[in-house]
Design a protein. Structure first.
Length: 589
């Protein structure tokens, strides 16, 4: 926050259109006044916030948890997990990024109605653009506040649960930059208020097919030409903030607020709110029956290549799993980073034995249950298929190559053979498009896109909140229960049916454990585990374990310890901000 953000904002506006020479020509020196006649330049202020979405890339914070380690010895996340996390060194900081986005959003909101969005069109088009863009601003501002709370909310030394300073106006050089932190609850109310305001302006979804009849117009736009409406709310706005996305953000924020770290009184009303918000989204998706059969494999080349986004070629096809995604790009970065060495990869993210052990058997029973049929000397046999879908284990075939991580007759894929080899005996498979050839002499790029919100996340939000609010079988007003959702997720994963293990789950506590485990598996490597452990206030220091396989002997060992304290359930306020007057640091930092 602070004056440095205002300086950044002013510099960006002043030089956004300059040439690369050191002294720009006077007539090429862009200023704030230029936005009023240049709609593209004005929209760039809003787009700056979109470019700052934390989910534009995969963060792989799992390497600082019990789910993974990294072979990158220079990783800030590795150092954090080993005890170097501090208010001055925070690789999961969201303060500067999110507040910079909020500053741009506030500036845009102040000026949006003064911009001539359609110089060659009528006032209706200008109004439509202004409405849609304001809706986007409010939704994005709420989302960045969510990320601020997730990263920086916590208890003061006096025991008060604090959020972050709420700033809803564009700041000027003379503004007061030394603002105290608002309470966590005040920040949540601001999130809800912004989301409600966003929904006033945004459609539930943007159109794939243009409307042709004025009767299809929303009532508030009666009299507007259908062509003008299509221009603003048509297919070209897809993947921008929409009413459906707003509802999903509300569910995410409510889950955070209901969780043990932020709901010490265990108020049932907060769990009910989270369940109802998620339930609203899922009802729009057809309830439990709307779950995408391929949702757990959204990243595979088959599913990505099936996308047809051209309305003129027939009915467009979007993955039903994707509630909100980023742009599709051709790249090979994920594969180069994470393929095993024999496939020319750097093997960066190494799943742990801890995570492997969390996958049940194909019959649905945990491997610790006597009914599971688990055999320690053949540990990957008859396992939940998600294990091999998400993790490369010894003997797995990947790109027509068998990957051996065993230490007898080792290949480059075996444990610690090369700096790019696995440290745990496992490689990450999930998220990788195996059509990519990472051989530097013939490298090929393939389609990828970042995931902002998947429906599976919303189903799991509902299951967790509904179980806490109403128990395993309670449905609230939505017609489906936590048990129904978990049954559908496990059935999709091809767990043997009937699911006899699920049938044994009778109490809220048993269902809570199962839901948390299903969330761990379904959302693995997507940046959730780090935050989930904290909001649940679960053990942060379970050592990351791996396996050494030698002559069919599986030796489980500790690969990396974790060095967290209980204060680290909540992240720090950046040191430079905490030193300012009126800005309290979280306890323990």
């Amino acid at each position: 926050m602070g004056k440095n953000l205002l300086v950044l904002l002013i510099v960006a506006l002043a030089f956004g259109g300059c040439r690369k020479n050191l002294v720009p020509l006077d007539d090429n020196h862009r200023t704030l006044e230029d936005i009023y006649a240049d709609a593209g330049y004005a929209e760039g202020i809003l787009m700056n916030a979109y470019t700052r979405l934390p989910t534009n890339t995969y963060t792989f914070t799992e390497v600082a948890t019990d789910d993974a380690v990294t072979n990158n010895k220079f990783s800030p996340l590795l150092n954090m997990a080993l005890g170097s996390w501090s208010a001055a060194s925070n690789p999961v900081d969201q303060w500067n990024n999110s507040y910079t986005a909020i500053m741009y959003l506030n500036l845009f909101l102040r000026e949006v109605d003064s911009v001539n969005w359609a110089p060659m069109s009528n006032k209706d088009v200008r109004r439509l653009f202004s409405d849609r863009l304001k809706g986007e601003v409010y939704g994005l501002r709420a989302l960045f506040m969510f990320h601020l709370l997730q990263s920086h909310a916590g208890y003061s030394t006096s025991g008060e649960l604090l959020g972050v300073p709420i700033i809803t106006e564009a700041l000027e050089p003379g503004s007061d930059f030394k603002r105290p932190r608002n309470t966590f609850d005040q920040c949540m109310q601001q999130i809800y208020a912004d989301l409600a305001e966003s929904e006033k302006y945004l459609p539930l979804d943007y159109l794939f097919q243009d409307i042709t009849n004025p009767s299809q117009l929303p009532a508030k736009y009666a009299g507007v030409a259908t062509g003008d409406y299509n221009r603003v709310f048509g297919r070209f706005a897809r993947q921008r903030m929409s009413g459906r996305i707003v509802k999903a953000i509300r569910a995410k924020a409510a889950l955070l607020a209901a969780s043990p770290a932020f709901n010490p009184q265990s108020l049932q009303s907060k769990w009910e709110a989270a369940a109802n918000f998620a339930g609203e989204v899922l009802t729009l998706n057809g309830g439990v029956n709307g779950m995408d059969p391929q949702g757990g494999l959204f990243y595979t080349s088959t599913n990505i290549n099936a996308l047809n986004l051209n309305p003129s070629s027939g009915s467009p096809v979007e993955q039903r799993e994707m509630l909100w995604r980023g742009n599709i790009v051709n790249t090979s970065n994920l594969e180069v980073d994470n393929y095993p060495p024999t496939l020319f990869g750097n093997g960066r993210v190494n799943p742990t034995q801890n995570l492997v052990d969390a996958f049940p058997m194909a019959n649905g029973y945990p491997i610790t249950n006597p009914a599971s049929g688990y055999v320690a000397t053949n540990p990957y046999n008859n396992r939940d298929p998600r294990l091999r879908n998400y993790i490369v284990v010894n003997g797995t075939t990947m790109r027509s190559t068998t990957i051996f991580t065993k230490s007898d007759n080792p290949t480059n894929d075996a444990v610690d053979v090369l700096p790019t080899s696995t440290r745990t005996g496992y490689y990450m498979r999930k998220l990788l498009n195996e059509s990519v050839n990472a051989n530097p002499t013939s490298i090929s790029n393939q389609r990828h896109y970042p995931v902002h919100i998947r429906y599976t996340e919303i189903y799991l939000i509902y299951a967790e909140a509904a179980n806490e609010a109403w128990g395993p079988t309670g449905t609230g007003t939505h017609g489906f229960s936590a048990r129904d959702v978990i049954a559908a997720i496990r059935r999709r994963a091809t767990i043997t049916q009937p699911d006899n293990y699920l049938a044994t789950i009778g109490t809220k506590e048993e269902m809570r454990s199962l839901i948390r485990n299903e969330r761990r598996l379904e959302l693995s490597f997507e940046g959730f585990r780090f935050w989930d452990l904290r909001r649940w206030k679960e053990n942060l220091n379970d050592p990351a374990r791996g396996v050494l396989i030698n002559n069919n002997v599986y030796n489980i060992r500790t690969v990396e310890s974790r060095q967290y304290t209980n204060d680290m359930y909540y992240g720090p306020i950046p040191l430079t901000e905490a030193l300012k007057a009126n800005l309290q640091q979280n306890k323990g930092w």
